[in-house]
Design a protein around this ligand. Structure first.
Ligand code: CDP
Length: 233
């Protein structure tokens, strides 16, 4: 077990509340937070802008390798991509519709996973841990994480939450579109060959359908406490 908060991996389905829970967990533990989804979204935004076709694996891999990314904004909610600051545009319907196609490309994953592992190693060394959120964190990126949480929720609940979130930010949102996009992304993410969305054997599942953010955070903290208890000499 890492000293400090430790390494915490949060994975799960589209719009299951991973980001909001992960960010709050990191805040309470006083450690950094990394939403890896934003990195896949940034490469997708760039691919759309540069009109790189979604089946051009070499071109997409090259984009990922050639992109200087720096996470910034309110607790990592924005990204500085080659000097362009990207925030809400990363959650547009257009990015939602293409991100899973970009994320299934091995060359893209290789580069982003490399960056994510570097960030985790540095955070563990300097700050005692990190909360990292995504699809393959517990299985591929950080298989030795101290705590692995896998979040699921009913599709309708997930879509309603994402709809409410976008509306509260003043963005345009359509419930049906969000629902069908979340299901489509879950399907592509689960069926891809390279690091599919799958629960790690040692992950603890939290169904958040009937839970508030605080309840999920409390549950994760309890699990972390009991893991630390188990690891103590
Ligand atoms: O917040 P939401 O669950 O809607 O999505 P996200 O975490 O921003 O991730 C967007 C997409 O990026 C996912 O549907 C995956 O295709 C991809 N992704 C991934 O493949 N691996 C990760 N570690 C994180 C995201």
């Amino acid at each position: 077990m890492t000293r400090g908060a430790g390494i915490i991996a949060v994975d799960g389905q589209a719009a299951a509340g991973k980001t909001v829970v992960g960010r709050e967990l990191a805040r309470r533990l006083g450690c950094p937070f990394l939403d890896t989804g934003i990195m896949y979204r940034a490469v997708t935004w760039l691919a759309l802008r540069e009109t790189v076709p979604m089946d051009d694996e070499a071109g997409l891999g090259k984009l990922a390798c050639g992109s200087a990314m720096r996470l910034t904004g309110d607790e990592g909610s924005a990204i500085l991509l080659n000097d362009t600051l990207l925030g809400p545009e990363l959650r547009s319907a257009q990015v939602d519709d293409h991100v899973s196609l970009v994320a299934r490309v091995p060359g893209v994953r290789r580069e982003l996973v490399r960056q994510q592992r570097d960030i985790a190693a540095q955070s563990a060394r300097d700050l005692g841990g990190i909360v990292m959120v995504g699809r393959d964190i517990g299985t591929v990126v950080l298989p030795d994480a101290d705590l692995k949480v896998f979040m699921v929720a009913d599709p309708q609940v997930r879509a309603q939450r994402r709809y409410d979130e976008l509306i509260s930010q003043g963005q345009v949102a359509h419930y049906q579109q969000i629902l069908s996009n979340a299901l489509a992304r879950d399907k592509i993410d689960s069926e891809r060959d390279d690091s599919p969305l799958v629960q790690a054997a040692d992950a603890l599942v939290i169904d958040t359908s009937d839970l508030t953010i605080d309840q999920v955070v409390e549950r994760a903290l309890e699990l972390l406490g009991s893991r630390k208890g188990e690891a103590a000499p």
